[in-house]
Design a protein around this ligand. Structure first.
Ligand SMILES: [Zn+2]
Length: 328
């Protein structure tokens, strides 16, 4: 087993729970697990890893050359299976192969994400969990905040808070200086968004829903749609001022990312004390509410403006696994 050391950094954990936590670190390229573990099983582990990090390869080892456990592992989404006793050289060779598979999926799946918001904290409230999930999947995430939010407090302080929140999310922050409460849907706003789009070439853009009582949010929505007209995927998120007409059709699970989202929102300290909509209980309850449309526990809802080019490398890999499981 020391041979595994030749593959790079190897971490040993005693439980599936701990392994899932580690799997959130984008640098890992393979999970090797026994089927039998204290607590959750290796099969549970594979399922959780596939949900959190679909591109991360998994290899299951089992004590018995059991056809049933091999099928169960592959059905859960494991990339490969070896029966014990395992030849160390064969294990290292298999590990190398699977690590290369993870790297290949990441390269195919490389996504550039842009989230546009009118004020500090809009993006974090609307898609904070989704952005954390993108970062965990190795995607490049940029937050564009159009104004300093000076009507809601000191612009400089709010800028520091935004920087801290972006850091917690793992995103790059671009803070433009349009005038708070006067963000237009015209040339200046469109130009500001377009310059960022031309620089980073996003594959996915998130912006405000148009169903919102705040004019800056509605104008941000309209301007983004014009600036992002060539972008394959555009989704709209809700803000605290979104109306009951908000009509999401896409529900993204943020299980495992909610706590970090709350930390990012807590970074807006100048607001959390005075703004009831930043109450962590409300954040949790909202995410829990929208999960009723899914199997997840916590969800962020999105309206879909455009969703093309959805056949990613990960989707193709998942389809292959389905075929194998079906064959068993
Ligand atoms: Zn706002």
């Amino acid at each position: 087993m020391e041979l595994l050391g030749s593959l790079g950094e190897v971490r040993w954990t005693m439980s599936a729970e701990e392994a899932v936590e580690l799997a959130r670190t984008p640098s890992y390229e393979l999970i090797v697990s026994d089927i039998q573990l204290p607590g959750l099983s290796g099969i549970d582990l594979v399922r959780m890893v596939k949900a959190a990090r679909p591109e991360l390869a998994t290899l299951i080892l089992s004590a018995a050359a059991s056809f049933d456990s091999a099928v169960a592992a592959l059905r859960a989404g494991a990339d490969d299976y070896m029966a014990k006793p395992v030849d160390p050289m064969a294990l290292v060779a298999k590990a190398r192969e699977l690590m290369a598979l993870t790297r290949e999926r990441r390269a195919q799946d490389r996504q550039v994400i842009l989230a546009v918001g009118a004020h500090p904290d809009d993006v974090e409230i609307g898609v904070g969990g989704i952005l954390l999930r993108h970062v965990a999947e190795g995607h490049e995430v940029t937050i564009l905040t159009l104004s300093g939010g000076e009507q809601g407090g000191q612009a400089a302080e709010r800028a520091d808070e935004s920087a801290r929140a972006a850091e917690l999310i793992g995103a790059r922050l671009i803070h433009a200086d349009l005038v708070d409460t006067s963000v237009s849907d015209g040339g200046e706003t469109i130009g500001t968004i377009k310059r960022v789009i031309d620089e980073i070439h996003p594959s996915t853009v998130y912006t405000h829903t148009a169903r919102d009582v705040h004019q800056d949010h509605r104008n941000c929505h309209s301007a983004t749609l014009v600036a992002a007209r060539g972008i394959p995927r555009i989704y709209c998120y809700q803000a605290p001022s979104t109306t009951v007409e908000f009509h999401p059709t896409r529900f993204v699970a943020i299980d495992g990312f909610l706590e970090r989202k709350l930390e990012a929102i807590a970074a807006f300290g100048s607001q959390t004390a005075v703004r009831a909509y930043l109450d962590p209980e409300l954040m949790c309850a909202t995410a829990r509410y929208w999960a009723r449309f899914t199997q997840a526990r916590y969800v962020e809802p999105l309206e879909v403006v455009r969703e093309s080019d959805v056949t990613s490398g990960a989707a193709a890999a998942a389809a292959t696994t389905e075929v194998m499981a079906g064959g068993g």
